[in-house]
Structures are given as C-alpha cells and as structure tokens.
Design a protein around this ligand. Sequence first.
Ligand SMILES: Cc1cc2nc3c(=O)[nH]c(=O)nc-3n(C[C@H](O)[C@H](O)[C@H](O)COP(=O)(O)OP(=O)(O)OC[C@H]3O[C@@H](n4cnc5c(N)ncnc54)[C@H](O)[C@@H]3O)c2cc1C
Length: 560
Amino acid sequence: MIEPVARKMGSSMAQNSFATHEVLNQSPPFVDVDLFALDTPLAEAVAANGGAAAAKELSEFGRHWGSAAMAERGRQANENPPKLRTFDSRGNRRDQVEFHPAYHELMAHSAHAGLHNSTWAPDGRPAGAPSEVVRAAKFYIAAGVETGHLCPITMTRASIAALALQPGLLAKVMPVIGTRSYDPTFAPWASKRGMTLGMGMTEKQGGTDVRSNMTRAERDGDAYRITGHKWFMSAPMCDAFLVLAQAEAGLTCFFMPRFRPDGSVNAIEFQRLKDKLGNRSNASSEVEFLEAYALRVGEEGKGIRTIIQMVQLTRQDCAIASTGLMRSGLAHALHHARHRSVFQKHLADQPLMRAVLADMALHVEASIALVIRLCRAFDCAAVDANEAAYMRLLTPAVKYWTCKSAPGFLYEAMECLGGNGYVEEGILARHYRESPVNAIWEGSGNVMCLDVLRALSREAEAATGILESLTKATEGLPGAERATDLIGKTFRRGDAESVARLAVETLALLAATAALNAVSPQHAELFASTRLASHHSAMYGAVELGRDDIGHLLDRALPV
Ligand SMILES: Cc1cc2nc3c(=O)[nH]c(=O)nc-3n(C[C@H](O)[C@H](O)[C@H](O)COP(=O)(O)OP(=O)(O)OC[C@H]3O[C@@H](n4cnc5c(N)ncnc54)[C@H](O)[C@@H]3O)c2cc1C
C-alpha cells in the first residue's frame, strides 16, 4: 500500500492539502546568534582600540540584536512605512507621522543601549575613551539588523556637539537627552522622559551649497521667528530640529522645537513624505515653517561653523553604518554558502565561491579596523592634538570609501544567495536598497573629497604629520610606499580637485592598511598586496589569495 504523502512528510505538512514537495537544501534563518561573538575582526578591532573591557557588554548586545525577535521588528518596520497625517477628520492640521509599533520598539531598544547619548557625559561634555569605540561597535551591529531607525538616533547624538555652542540651552536639554528612555508621545520636550533631535539644512535650490538657504529668521525678543522651507527633513517626529536660516548677520543655526513655550504646536507644517529607494522605516519630510518659534544656537552668522560640529558626527555614523551593512551582507552570504549544496558540495567549499567570500571578508576586515580606529580618534581628540588631526583629515576619507563601497559589496553578497538574495523577504534586498543613502546624505562623495583637500590646505602641517604616521605604520607592506607617494604628489598638484577621488581613495586604503596592521598584520599584508600594490578589480574574488589565507579569513568572518 502507498503511504499517504501527508503522513510521510510529518504532521505540520499534513495540514496543507496543497503540499507538493519537501523543502530541502535551504539555509536556516541567520537568527538567534551573538552578532558580536561571531565577529572576530570586530572583537579584535575593539580590543586594539581600547574597548577590550566591554566584551561582555557587547556580547549581550550582540545576542539581543541577533535574536529572531529583533530581525522580525526590522522586517515589520520596513514593510509598514510611516504615514503622514496632515489633517484630522475635521480638517484641522495634525502634522503628525505615524510609525508601525516595530519602529518604536527598535527606537526603544537603541535608546536603552545608549546609542543616542553614550558618548556624552550627563553635562554634555565628551564621555571620553572608550565610549566612542564601544558605541560604534553597537551601532555597527544594530545597522546590520535595521538601519532606518538609526537616523534619528544618530542625529540626536550628534546634535549635542552643536548645542555645546549654546551652553544654557545644552544644560536644559541634557537631562532629557541624557536618559535611556524613548518617549514617542507628541508633547513638549521638557515634559518628556526622553527626546530625539533632527536636522534641517537642505532646501530645494541647495543641499551641499547651504549658503544658498532662503529661510529667514526674524528676532522676536530672546527667540526668533523662522519662515521658509526645507526640502529634506528626516525623522519629522523628532522633538526638536537644528535648522539653518538667514538672520541679520547671516546664516545661523537654530533649535526649533515641535511645541512653543506656551504649549501650543509650533508652526512646522509637513507637506509630504519622500517616496524613497530604501530607508523606508524612517520618514523624510518636505516641510514649511510659518514664523516657527526657534532659539539661536551659536553666534548669528556662524551657522555653518555651528552645525558642522553635528555633521562631523553624523558622517562618522554613516561610515559605521555602511560597514555594519557590509558585515551583515557578508555574514548572511557565508551562512547561506555553508548550508547550500550545489553539485554535491556546499557552496562554501566550491573554490570559486571561497575566493569571492574571502575577498569580501578581507574588505570587511579592513573596513571595520579603519572605522574603529577612526572612533578611537574621536575618543581621544579632546586630549590629543594628533588624534584630533587624524579625526579631521580621515573622517571624510573614511566616509567616502566605506559608504561608496557598500552598494557594490551588498550586490555581491546578494548574489551569493542566488535568487533568495533578490527577494524582499530576505534582509539583503533591504540592505542593498538602503546602502546608497549613506554616501549621498551628510556630504556626498565629491563633497567628501573636497573636504579632505580643505583639511590638507588649512592644516597642512598636521596633515603632513598624519601622512607620515600612516607611512610609518605601513612600512614594508606591499604598495604602501607607492601609495604614500601618489597621495603626496596628487594633493600638491595645482589641479588637485580634478584628481581628488584617486588620492582620497588611496588615502583611505592606506589608513585601512595601517589600522588593520595594528589588529591583524597577516591580513594587512593581504589587503596591501591586493589593494595597494595592485589595482583591485571591480569584482570581488578577482584576486589570488592562498588556500590557507582563504580558510583563515572565512573562519574569522564567521566561525563554523
Ligand atoms: C533619504 C534622505 C534623507 C535626507 N534627510 C535630510 C535631513 O534630515 N536633513 C537635511 O538637511 N538634509 C537631508 N537630506 C538631504 C541630503 O543631505 C542632500 O541631498 C545632500 O546633502 C546633497 O544635496 P543635494 O541633494 O542638494 O545635491 P547637490 O548639492 O546638488 O549635489 C549633487 C551632486 O553634486 C556633487 N557636488 C556638489 N558640489 C560639488 C562640487 N563643488 N564639485 C563637484 N561635485 C559637487 C555632490 O557630491 C552630489 O553628488 C536627505 C537626503 C536623503 C536622500
């Protein structure tokens, strides 16, 4: 007698009368893992940059963010994007944005871990080493799970650097920003358990060129009334925004809360939300201000100098998040390749796939070493002039290299999963759509290159010192000397701007080699020989790595 198919397949399948086949040879979900413990290059980079004592805390964070529940929150927050409620049913303005509960839960978990404030002391001064390194490790892990909600988290953290130029205001907001609570209620910030801040600079006629801002600020007693528009203003349910507007003495930075001091809703009117390629869990608005109440931050006419303090930190976070996205892509690709068999062999054992994955692993090793090294510079900048110079020169170069390499990297990671990589149920399609934004906002690619040139000309002596220290840290490594020569020569050229991308990429590669050399000299050698001594092909895996090196790289990327 033929056994019924349903009984043979087990009781769960028996319920489905349409079942036609068994599901075989698919990788299990990459969840319920410790995202810190599985990441040897991260753990080593953190330890090498002063964060060794935080290993237990980071492992707890890694387990929590590696859980199936957090992955599910990330999926739900992106499949249910925010909605703008411009009016209520009676036609009164509401100007509120509604988010899926999963988004609020992600915000609460990030706030609980201090991603929005742990690099600051309660009085708003830098918390000191190794707070930047430890927070960066967490931010990178969180970015690999859900990136959209990190937009208000990073802006909140970064705003404190600009608010420091208005100490009275900083002293008032710190007790609210300083808590680890997330409070999504639509209420005046001073009455809340926690608050978030956003940023409004970009207008229709100019994003990079903020000097072309047309928004006007009129003095009104101790405050100002702001009239104008912003073409992009993300996370519109933030409790306050740092905005740029033209005051009598020129472009000035302002703190614009959602409520006026008398408790009425401030005149911040959202026109619509952007329909974006990725970053879908996060809302980005077009907005108009109609004599909106605001307080000045920093001196009148010094708006760019004030807000750049904030932008330096959001740029740092773009680099961390892009590296976190690439790491997540690599981990999912490697995990899948270890479970998926093709032609009687696991993909992870096919020589060509191993070459691809190992080359990708090498890219991530260098990226994380560089990003964490940069965060050490942020940790030490207040007390060490060399670290401050490193931070200023390298932040735009690191943002340029990591953020611009992420989309190509994630495309390759997606392909490692074949068709499964391309569908929306998996995380890789989301990561791929998310990845270009970090290069575009907070200063696009060319702008980062121009920033490096500016740092070189304004602080020539300090920059020369940094280049010398990179040369020393990479001494004897393949191609390092040639790279140093190229950087020096290119930056000295009269037409440096037109060749700046070549020099800035080489600077980032040299700095990555130096950072990796301090963590894992064996891999620094491999990185230098494939990226400095020769030009790396546009495709991953088009390099020759030794068998043992490949095995070692893959074991470090994801222990079996
Ligand atoms: C999803 C999303 C959310 C955003 N959220 C916010 C927000 O919350 N707040 C906010 O203020 N802005 C926000 N922005 C805007 C973003 O910061 C700007 O789009 C960005 O700064 C670029 O400005 P732009 O779009 O006006 O482009 P442009 O300034 O016109 O630049 C276009 C291109 O020209 C290049 N370029 C510019 N100058 C030069 C030059 N001198 N030489 C060579 N090339 C140059 C740039 O690199 C860029 O590639 C957001 C953008 C996106 C996509």
